[in-house]
Design a protein around this ligand. Structure first.
Ligand SMILES: Nc1nc2c(c(=O)[nH]1)N[C@H]1C(S)=C(S)[C@@H](COP(=O)(O)OP(=O)(O)OC[C@H]3O[C@@H](n4cnc5c(=O)[nH]c(N)nc54)[C@H](O)[C@@H]3O)O[C@H]1N2
Ligand SMILES: Nc1nc2c(c(=O)[nH]1)N[C@H]1C(S)=C(S)[C@@H](COP(=O)(O)OP(=O)(O)OC[C@H]3O[C@@H](n4cnc5c(=O)[nH]c(N)nc54)[C@H](O)[C@@H]3O)O[C@H]1N2
Ligand code: SF4
Ligand SMILES: [Mo]
Length: 702
């Protein structure tokens, strides 16, 4: 134990549930204990329990690395920063400020995310910043902004779900992706009110077995049609809330007309969900007693993800749920700071406080806080995948903070090739991630248990992250890195390295915006205050939004007419299947962190593909056999996991593995036209038995 160590009440480094934990420094590392908290109720998942192992791993990066041919050499911080700043300056002189790109992450604290947005606009002067939240929350965010005029994932505290009678989960596998969350579903389960929509019999879908819940198993990518069918039934059977609709919404007449086209038999034919099931779901949702509709990535990560989330909101509005006590609609934010990370300026079109970068008043306000002229701020940049597409053409340097794109971006091989065309790739990380392995310069940063800051959880609650241990010698905070680079680039303004000071600045910059943090500070949060934004100065925060009004000027929510835009081409040949991708309980995202925890790796050491037994017979494979999945973009080897829990026409891969086991070698870089969300959840592949076994990923030695 170092002199610098102290017991810290903090939250898990991984997902947006932000389970509360206590970190107690030990002789060699730290111990994790769960803390009682409204979201996790004293529970943690395996990832949370083992999180402290990452703090002391032997393969932590402890010195800046510079590429020398196909090897890295350790260099000093001064030299690394001089070199990076020098190249950035030169590129900017030759090609203009937009030649430098920044790629952020939803795992960064609010302070780091805010400072990164400011660093891009003020120190680099570039418009080209976006982040991995584009791959995560952009469709739901666009739908929320359009319907409600604001985007807070859950507009109510998670614990409100405890009393629910019915919960409809659209494309979310919370039992694996946020295990303690299911504590809040007990009541609904007992009452037969858990309804799960997933082409797979996921861990969460299996929870519908007890209590008589319902699992709908539509063909991948047909959720929009499915929801339109539910809307049709709600209107046709007179189940809509006739008091709420005229009072709280606009657009009902057009919506009613558009719903005519989605009669149940047609919907059955397109989705594969039987009419009687559609009817019982619609009727159940309309029963009184507390109904919630929640969406996850399964319905959002599609080319029509924004419209699908919009349809889910339309359904909720027709039933009178949003803003009505004990009822609601929400999207389940994914990354640890996926909520705060989308509010303070990492998005290409956004300034802190969820302000629009195109709004002159927002520019003037933020420029004043930053101490620069408003007209010096660049305009909107381009969303994540477009940014990655520009690498080597218009963007010649990229700074990556908190993402492992060569594993997690769609069509990952072409992303890796693009990265290879850069003149300078700088990756800040605490491990040599697969993306860091391609960098010209790698900068080692402090981690979770070593830093102070704030995270905003899936319920819009601002939480304190606290430091328990000193960082290894050689690692630096990203606030320090940004301030050192800003100084070398002669940037105007102040560049604090103190998270509490940066938070105060963020609070000012956010003041008056939709995500207003102006009434908060580290000091206030340390009193244990419950802090749901908006939290304007002098207020007590907002645990529940929409109780009186929605955020549009007239206070009403918008019913937006949506309809499927794409032609569905069904899988044709016997080996032709629809690939869906997602998560396993044991691994987090690109796996850069969890593949380094021996217990988690041992539980899920290699890539497995879920296939239906009938499909397996057709392909001539048995459980445990090696198979190959292939399309025009790439090929992946996996071990077959034969299960009746998946549709005949569908195969499932997790995306947590590197190298030749990347699910994203197969996914396509097509995006939703509104949100720019890539279609991670629906890809055509052909599958065949493979003669040799897949590559087994082994632990990186300690
Ligand atoms: N263990 C673990 N937990 C995590 C994460 C992790 O990587 N690992 N990541 C965190 C993050 S960032 C996120 S965004 C969340 C994501 O949390 P979830 O949204 O729960 O995760 P996914 O597994 O991506 O997708 C959920 C389900 O969608 C289903 N699905 C696939 N295609 C379709 C479709 O076309 N329609 C429907 N209805 N369903 C479909 C999949 O079968 C899957 O069971 O999890 C967070 N928690
Ligand atoms: N096929 C498929 N692909 C997907 C998805 C899917 O469902 N299917 N889901 C998408 C979704 S929802 C998401 S959120 C993305 C996530 O995918 P990624 O953006 O790749 O996310 P992570 O794996 O969490 O990568 C985080 C990296 O940053 C490092 N890191 C963590 N914290 C910090 C920090 O504070 N600072 C710095 N500098 N580094 C840090 C970690 O060590 C790791 O290397 O993947 C997307 N890709
Ligand atoms: S559910 Fe999420 S926040 Fe909770 S312990 Fe697991 S990974 Fe951490
Ligand atoms: Mo995510």
């Amino acid at each position: 134990m170092t002199a610098d160590a102290a017991i810290a009440d903090t939250h898990c480094p991984y997902c947006a549930l932000q389970c509360a934990m206590r970190l107690t420094p030990q002789r060699d590392g730290a111990r994790v204990d769960a803390r009682e908290f409204p979201t996790n109720r004293g529970g943690l998942c395996k990832k949370g329990w083992t999180a402290a192992e990452l703090l002391t791993r032997g393969d932590r990066l402890t010195a800046p690395l510079r590429r020398n041919g196909d090897r890295f050499e350790e260099i000093g911080w001064g030299e690394a920063l001089d070199e990076v700043a020098g190249t950035l300056r030169a590129l900017r002189r030759t090609h203009g400020a937009d030649a430098v790109g920044v790629f952020g992450g939803g795992g960064l604290t609010n302070e780091k995310a805010y400072q990164l947005g400011k660093f891009a606009r003020v120190a680099l002067g570039t418009s080209r910043i976006d982040y991995n939240g584009r791959f995560c929350m952009s469709s739901a965010a666009a739908a929320g902004n359009r319907a409600f005029g604001i985007d807070r994932g859950l507009p109510f505290p998670v614990a409100d779900l405890d009393e629910a009678h019915t919960v409809l989960l659209l494309g979310s596998n919370v039992a694996a992706t946020m295990p303690p969350f299911i504590r809040h579903l007990s009541r609904a389960r007992e009452r037969g009110g858990l309804i799960v929509v997933d082409p797979r019999r996921s861990e969460t879908a299996r929870l519908t077995d007890e209590g008589g819940g319902i699992h709908l198993q539509p063909a991948p990518g047909t959720d929009l049609v499915l929801i339109l069918g539910l809307i049709h039934i709600v209107i046709a059977e007179g189940l809509a809330d006739e008091g709420y609709i005229p009072q709280r919404t606009v657009g009902f007449d057009a919506l009613r007309v558009s719903a005519n086209a989605w009669w149940p038999e047609r919907v059955q034919q397109m989705t594969g969900v039987p009419v009687p099931l559609l009817r019982s779901v619609a009727r159940r949702l309309a029963e009184n007693g507390g109904t919630y509709i929640l969406t996850g990535r399964g319905v959002e990560q599609h080319v029509d993800g924004t419209d699908t989330a919009t349809a889910a909101i339309n359904l909720a509005l027709l039933l009178g749920l949003p803003g009505t006590p004990g009822n609601g609609y929400g999207t389940l934010t994914g990354q640890g700071n996926g909520q705060g990370g989308r509010e303070h300026g990492q998005k290409c079109d956004q300034l802190p406080g969820y302000r629009k970068i195109t709004d002159p008043a927002a520019r003037a306000h933020v420029a004043r806080v930053w101490g620069v002229p408003a007209d010096s701020l660049p305009g909107p940049g381009v969303p994540a995948l477009e940014l990655l597409d520009l690498l080597g053409d218009e963007v010649h340097a990229l700074l990556v903070h908190g993402s492992n794109v060569v594993v997690s971006a769609p069509d990952a091989d072409s992303v890796a090739q693009r990265l290879g065309r850069l003149q300078l790739l700088v990756v800040c990380d605490f491990f040599l991630s697969e993306t860091a392995q391609l960098a010209d310069v790698v900068l080692p940063v402090t981690q979770w248990g070593e830093e102070e800051g704030t995270m905003t959880s899936l319920e819009g609650r601002v939480l304190r992250r606290r430091r328990a241990l000193a960082a290894p010698a050689g690692a630096r905070s990203e606030l320090w890195i940004m301030s050192e680079l800003a100084r070398r680039l002669d940037a105007p303004g102040t560049w604090s390295t103190d998270p509490a000071e940066v938070f105060d600045e963020l609070a000012l910059a956010s003041e008056g915006g939709p995500a207003d943090y102006s009434g908060l500070s580290h000091e206030l949060l340390d009193t244990g205050l419950t802090a749901h934004w908006p939290f304007p100065r002098g207020s007590r925060g907002t645990p529940r939004l929409f109780e009186e009004r929605f955020a549009h000027d007239d206070g009403r929510a918008r019913l937006v007419v949506v309809h499927p835009r794409r032609e569905r081409s069904e899988p044709s040949g016997a080996a032709d299947l629809t690939l869906i991708t997602g998560r396993l309980l044991e691994h987090y995202q690109s796996g850069a962190q969890t593949r380094r925890v021996p217990e988690l790796l041992a539980a899920r050491p290699e890539l497995t593909a879920q296939l239906h037994p009938a499909t397996a017979v057709r392909l001539g494979v048995s459980d445990g056999d090696p198979i190959e999945l292939r399309n025009t973009r790439g090929a992946v080897r996996a071990r077959a996991e034969v299960t009746t829990g998946i549709r005949h026409d569908t195969v499932f891969l997790p995306f947590h593995y590197p190298g030749d086991a990347r699910a994203n070698l197969l996914t396509e870089g097509v995006t939703d036209p509104i949100s720019a969300m890539p279609e991670f959840k629906r890809t055509r592949v052909s599958v065949r038995a493979a003669s040799d076994t897949p590559v087994v990923e082994t632990a990186v030695s300690r």
